[in-house]
Design a binder for this molecule. Structure first.
Ligand code: 5GP
Ligand code: MG
Length: 173
């Protein structure tokens, strides 16, 4: 595989610091936050971000998948619906790695909204704005990127490359 660096460690670190400020300032002050991270892609981003959130936090995970060893989404989103927490009247922050067609976050936010949270906001590290197939926008966005397939910093290609500390795009498979 041929890959080229897209976003450096330093850029990621700086942007996450800014994002955490936005989040700390905008959710109702001092109220506790329930953070739900989508596995697996967001695990590194979420780990870095939550350490900068300055209030009581409760952290949960949902496993979502729509990719099957390919660089194109299947459009079918599977996720574990067994979050065993009561989110009724809670402040929720849903974290994902990347917003692409929008199928994943649309489906999961619809599901969570049925359980009547007080506020539900979403945060993504990356946003491929030009690829949207359903009407969905995230409240907090790390970086807007072009239509390229990215790996590293939690993002995989066929489960590999998640450990790369920076974000690369795939030039040739
Ligand atoms: P959506 O449902 O918005 O089309 O896709 C969201 C999910 O697809 C992301 O959570 C991520 O797992 C995966 N995805 C979309 N684009 C990319 C990409 O460029 N690289 C990787 N590794 N995963 C992607
Ligand atoms: Mg994902």
């Amino acid at each position: 595989m041929e890959k080229e660096k897209l976003i450096s460690k330093k850029e990621i670190k700086n942007r996450i610091k800014e994002l955490s400020k936005e989040i700390n300032d905008s959710f109702i002050k001092n109220e506790e936050l329930v953070i739900i991270c989508l596995l697996k892609g967001s695990f590194i981003f979420a780990a870095d971000l939550v350490r900068l959130i300055n209030r009581r936090c409760f952290i949960h995970f949902i496993k979502a998948s729509s990719y099957y060893g390919n660089t194109e989404t299947s459009g079918i989103v599977n996720f574990s619906e067994d979050i065993d927490i009561d989110i009724n009247n809670k402040n929720i922050l849903l974290i994902d790695d990347i917003l692409d067609t929008g199928f994943t976050l649309k489906k999961i936010t619809d599901f969570l909204n049925k359980r009547n949270p007080k506020i539900l906001k979403t945060c993504v590290l990356l946003d491929k704005k030009g690829r949207r197939k359903v009407d969905f926008e995230s409240d907090y966005i790390g970086f807007v990127i072009d239509d390229v397939f990215v790996i590293g910093y939690g993002l995989d290609f066929d489960e590999e490359y998640r450990n790369l500390p920076e974000i690369y795009y795939v030039k040739e498979l």
